[in-house]
Design a protein around this ligand. Structure first.
Ligand SMILES: Cc1cc2nc3c(=O)[nH]c(=O)nc-3n(C[C@H](O)[C@H](O)[C@H](O)COP(=O)(O)OP(=O)(O)OC[C@H]3O[C@@H](n4cnc5c(N)ncnc54)[C@H](O)[C@@H]3O)c2cc1C
Length: 380
């Protein structure tokens, strides 16, 4: 059996690791990605706020050596879900099973003025470049703003506002600065009222202005104001933005998307095409766009492929559960354990920020790199 895995991010790495661990050389897994390595989303913030270096958070795919898995570094140009075939710069690949794990593409230029007058911190390049911008910043009005929904890792803009606060305090610039956070959501983390309350209290304590249910539509580079969707304006000296997210163009052109993302069966991650699955940010499965959910979905798809190979019935179904770590600054990290089931209100448990969860988060990263790349690593 040949399994084609499109994308070596959180979902693709977890899926191929599980297949290799269980089936080894018994299956032929082809893992395709155009990047030369993997970077955790949270590592973007670590580099941006000077806790580590760009080199230290880059995990090269050349280190991926696993029985049964062949990594091909190339760009996917066309996807035919019916034939389970992809067209790439390295030729055509076909599979008996295909899994789309291509994530969400980011489009800073879709927000007028963002590239000219602001800084996006969601791409690897953008986050790493923002480190120098923060180093050079000598105080003033900082706006952290989201430009569209959906967006990855809903806590990340709140974390960024808190980490900017810490950085400005450290550099003696907090008194001469203002920090505002513009979010399309009514609460910082809507599925967890307790997490939202803790974040709102942290913003209030630190004098961070919270602007809920608003989106930044454009920046005016001349007047240095962020124009919100309702026409209000926020002046800024430093704008840190979350850019527009879309399914990668090759996915949109494949005909698999409905309303911009790939619909899947929320229990099995099957798409409407036979033997084609989709996991992670590229789907509209109903969980937030975060690595921990992509990973949980990949595990369920792996179970189904393994069961099929062993001619057994797959028993596990996707639970919608994920644990997110939320940075509060000052090396304090909180934990949100939340479950999303379709048709039900999400339910969850919030654990207050502490050094304990900072260590847990660090182990979360280390354990993935150990499993996926077979080496020791610590986040910072
Ligand atoms: C600032 C920030 C902080 C975050 N913090 C966290 C966190 O603490 N916890 C958490 O769980 N999540 C976090 N996330 C979110 C997390 O990074 C993503 O949700 C996760 O990576 C999604 O996994 P995925 O497998 O769906 O896609 P991705 O990991 O994005 O992988 C998709 C892969 O597809 C490849 N690809 C795309 N198009 C093509 C193509 N045409 N040809 C070939 N290859 C292609 C890409 O190169 C990429 O490697 C954070 C994100 C950001 C931006």
């Amino acid at each position: 059996m040949r399994v084609l895995v499109l994308g070596a991010g959180f979902g693709g790495l977890e899926l191929t690791t599980r297949l290799s661990e269980e089936l080894g050389d018994d299956v032929d897994v082809v893992l395709i990605d155009q990047a030369d390595g993997f970077v955790f989303g949270f590592s973007k913030l670590d580099v941006m706020f000077g806790r580590t270096t760009a080199e230290a958070v880059h995990h090269p795919y050349r280190d991926l050596v696993r029985p049964g898995v062949r990594f091909v570094r190339t760009a996917i140009r066309g996807i035919d879900p019916t034939a389970r075939r992809v067209e790439t710069d390295a030729g055509l690949f076909e599979g008996d099973v295909m899994v789309v794990a291509l994530g969400a593409d980011l489009h800073p230029s879709a927000t007028p003025g963002l590239v000219e007058a602001g800084h996006e911190f969601y791409t690897v390049a953008g986050a790493f470049a923002t480190r120098d911008v923060l180093d050079r910043f000598d105080g003033g009005r900082v706006v952290v703003g989201v430009t569209s929904t959906p967006f990855k890792c809903p806590p990340a803009p709140s974390e960024t506002a808190l980490l900017v606060h810490d950085l400005l305090v450290r550099r003696g610039l907090r008194e001469s600065s203002e920090i505002s956070l513009v979010m399309p959501l009514g609460a910082p983390i809507p599925p967890s009222p307790a997490a939202s309350a803790a974040l709102l209290a942290a913003f209030a304590e630190r004098g961070i202005a919270w602007h809920p249910e608003r989106l930044v539509r454009s920046l005016d580079p001349g007047r240095r104001v962020a124009v919100l969707a309702d026409g209000d304006e926020l002046p800024f000296d430093l704008f840190l933005g979350v850019p527009v997210h879309r399914a990668p163009q090759v996915v949109q052109e494949s005909g698999m998307c409905v309303d911009g993302w790939i619909p899947v069966n929320p229990l099995t991650l099957e798409t409407s095409a036979p033997n084609v699955y989709a996991v992670g940010d590229v789907t509209s499965v109903g969980t937030p766009k975060a690595g921990v959910f992509a990973e949980g979905q990949a595990a369920i798809v792996a179970d189904q492929i393994i069961a099929r190979h062993r001619e057994q019935a797959a028993s596990s179904t996707y639970s919608g559960r994920g644990i997110c770590y939320v940075e509060f600054g000052a090396d304090q990290v909180a934990r949100v354990d939340v479950t999303f089931r379709s048709g039900q209100r999400p339910s969850g448990q919030f654990d207050d920020p502490s050094a304990l969860y900072a260590a847990d988060k660090s182990e979360f990263g280390s354990s993935r790199i150990r499993r996926w790349f077979g080496r020791e690593w610590t986040a910072h």
